[in-house]
Design a protein around this ligand. Structure first.
Ligand SMILES: [Zn+2]
Length: 323
């Protein structure tokens, strides 16, 4: 008789794990940041701005984006960049679809190509040209992570340094890591510029990198989706705060309701799903402590509508002058 409770307990462990994998409820709400973790001071210059640069969409549904999402809830994933304007040098966060996307996409695994339908509106370089943007202001492309849909446009800016975390630069050349173009970039002479996280703890993250030393653009390590994924905190004047979280989650529900990617998707698409979960919980704590924080998953159009817009682009991301 004594065996049964033991057997039941042994069976319960995988059953609990399975239940969690299949559950459509979110991760538990973490506590806000403790008072010992202050909201960091930032001193942004008045000319700073954050501008959406949409380059197209991936046609997806909510069921692909987060656990419990509906197959009937159509979500066109934003594919694009965000332009941080700063007097010490503008930065493009990610690059969206570039001119060569069709050629690049053909190098992705067959099954992925079958599962993925995308629309290219206009590459970032052409949108900036159309907006009479002064390219001499641009000092680099800052990658949230080194995946295909964030890197496609890099060759359109051949002279720009590509700012990347050390771990993602290494992962980019690892053919076993899913999410990279196969071979397309192998011979592309990127101007990689690795950065390290020289600063101490920041909003509960262990380290940080303050790009211009004024607290206005701060990167923290958030490994999980890729080994070297980062989150970028951008603070504009009047302490308007954004968190560009990359692919930590794909839609805002991933953070507001703490709904991870569905199990099969995170199994396939996340390098370290457990690490990613810890960073979701960290961000959920921060969102409680800074309720006005504007959280920007890299593929959520609603988030990019809360930035400044380039001319001829509606707040819904459609490019009016697309040709
Ligand atoms: Zn992505």
């Amino acid at each position: 008789m004594k065996k049964w409770p033991l057997l039941a307990a042994a069976a319960a462990v995988p059953a609990q794990r399975l239940a969690r994998k299949l559950s459509s409820s979110g991760l538990p709400q973490p506590a806000p940041l403790p008072p010992s973790v202050p909201v960091p001071h930032a001193d942004p210059p008045a000319e700073m701005d954050l501008v959406a640069v949409p380059t197209g969409v991936n046609n997806r549904v909510a069921a692909y984006a987060y656990t419990g999402g509906s197959f009937f809830d159509k979500r066109d994933f934003y594919i694009g960049a965000a332009l941080i304007k700063h007097p010490q040098g503008d930065l493009l966060v990610d690059s969206g679809f570039g001119r060569d996307i069709a050629k690049q996409f053909a190098t992705m695994p067959r099954l992925f190509q079958k599962m993925t339908k995308y629309e290219v509106w206009k590459p970032a370089v052409e949108q900036l040209e159309a907006a009479d943007y002064d390219f001499s202001r641009l000092s680099g492309i800052l990658l949230t992570h080194a995946h295909w849909d964030h890197m496609s446009g890099i060759p359109d800016f051949p002279d720009l340094p590509v700012l990347v975390s050390r771990r993602d630069r290494a992962a980019f050349y690892n053919p076993e890591i899913f999410g990279n173009f196969r071979g397309y970039f192998r011979d592309t002479p990127f101007k990689w510029q690795e950065f390290s996280f020289e600063g101490g703890p920041y909003l509960g993250f262990p380290r940080h990198h303050d790009v211009y030393g004024d607290g206005s653009i701060v990167c923290v390590p958030a490994p999980g989706h890729t080994p070297g994924s980062i989150i970028i905190f951008v603070t504009l004047t009047h302490q308007v705060r954004y968190a560009l979280v990359g692919d930590l989650v794909w839609q805002r529900e991933g953070l507001t309701r703490r709904l991870e990617r569905p199990f099969p998707i995170r199994r396939l698409g996340d390098f370290d799903a457990e690490g990613n979960r810890q960073n979701i919980l960290r961000m959920a704590s921060i969102m409680q402590s800074i309720p006005d924080l504007i959280v920007v998953p890299a593929h959520d159009q609603r988030a990019f509508a809360e930035m400044s817009q380039l001319p001829n682009v509606t707040t819904r991301g459609r490019i009016l002058s697309a040709t």
